[in-house]
Design a protein around this ligand. Structure first.
Ligand code: WQD
Length: 328
């Protein structure tokens, strides 16, 4: 089976992608330093897949550790690079930690892949690369405006590192950057899901933990945005759909004839919802009433999709990815 390195493979999206890679006939190899994930996730993966997933408890920003991994694994067909710090709000508080971790891990991985001839890279990028769009709908060819957070800036820089290396430098790497939005939900088995370490910075895990009585009432960060109910709009995409998109992207890379190939895809559902709508949907789905209060805006937040046309474009591109991968 083709070996695929999954950095951040014990994380929320990474672990769900490990399942889909296995289902698609690949051999996923988890690389994770467990900075923002639990080792117990590997047990959950074993219960879903029915066997142990090979894993390395290393930091993919550590050149020596990654060198040792590539040297010992033999032929590696590719990598899906999730490992990154990813909380928009936290990145405003700790910008240098975000730049060091998110850039170093990508540089070390790309260097190892080029030196060992691992040809396929799927990169976990983000809609935050668009900054606050001036013109909607936003598509993959929309201008990249100044990032509204250090987190978004790290994704912009990593994309440019890939583009320069591949499109300008013509180095033998086939890469796709997936710009996704807000992953939510869990594998139907509930053996894996979203369990960040410490106090969740993201909305949905805070909602679930508040509903479970583990956290205080939710604070909605601002209800004075130019949106239907004043709260931010986000494109909440189910994590299993998102995981499948990573496998589709890998399959598309494997079909490329050119050794140097780079492309980007927005990955969303085609439907934006406000924070309040997400809270109401949770209450309706679970029958659990949620307490919440309105607080000040959070630094680094983007108002979001102030009209939902964008989502339609997103959906169209996502369908295109699936069609292209299926050779349609
Ligand atoms: C969503 C909305 C908050 C917590 C995510 C990922 C990031 C990137 C972009 C992929 C915002 C509000 C939140 C809370 C709140 N995805 N909120 N109270 O910032 O959109 O970023 O998508 O790259 O990696 O993290 O997600 O869930 O933090 O916030 O009101 O307690 O919910 O202000 O409007 P965000 P989020």
């Amino acid at each position: 089976m083709k070996k695929i390195i999954v950095t951040g493979g014990a994380g929320f999206i990474g672990s769900h992608t490990v399942v889909e890679l296995h289902e698609a006939g690949y051999e996923p190899i988890v690389v994770d330093n467990f900075h923002n994930s639990e080792k117990s996730v590997l047990e959950g993966l074993k219960r879903i897949i029915g066997k142990e997933v090979k894993s390395y408890a290393i930091d993919c920003a550590d050149p020596a550790a990654m060198e040792s991994l590539f040297a010992s694994e033999g032929e590696i067909s590719g990598a899906i690079h999730f490992a990154a710090y990813k909380a928009v709000g936290e990145s405003v508080e700790k910008p240098l930690e975000y730049f060091r971790n998110n850039l170093d891990s990508t540089l070390v991985l790309m260097d190892a892949m080029l030196r060992y001839g691992a040809p396929h890279l799927v990169f976990s990028s983000s809609c935050t690369v668009y900054g606050q769009p001036e013109k909607l709908p936003v598509t993959e060819t929309s201008p990249i405006l100044p990032a509204q957070s250090p987190y978004g800036a790290t994704k912009q820089i990593c994309e440019e590192m890939m583009r320069q290396t591949i499109e300008i430098g013509r180095k033998p790497l086939r890469a796709i950057a997936l710009r996704y939005f807000n992953p939510v939900g869990a594998h139907p088995s509930a053996e894996i899901g979203e369990l960040p370490r410490g106090v969740p910075s993201n909305l949905i895990p805070f909602i679930t933990q508040s509903a479970a009585g583990l956290r205080p009432p939710i604070t909605i960060f601002g209800n004075d945005y130019n949106t239907p109910d004043g709260t931010c709009i986000r494109d909440f995409i189910h994590v299993v759909d998102l995981a499948k998109a990573h496998v589709k992207a890998l399959e598309l890379l494997e079909k490329q004839a050119e050794p140097a190939f780079y492309d980007i895809f927005n990955i969303g559902t085609g439907q934006g919802n406000t924070v309040l709508e997400a809270i109401k949907a949770f209450e309706e789905a679970t029958g659990v009433p949620l307490q919440y209060k309105i607080g000040p805006r959070r630094a680094g937040d983007v108002a979001g999709l102030e009209n939902r046309t964008y989502a339609g474009r997103c959906h169209a591109r996502r369908v295109a990815l699936a069609t292209e991968a299926d050779g349609g």
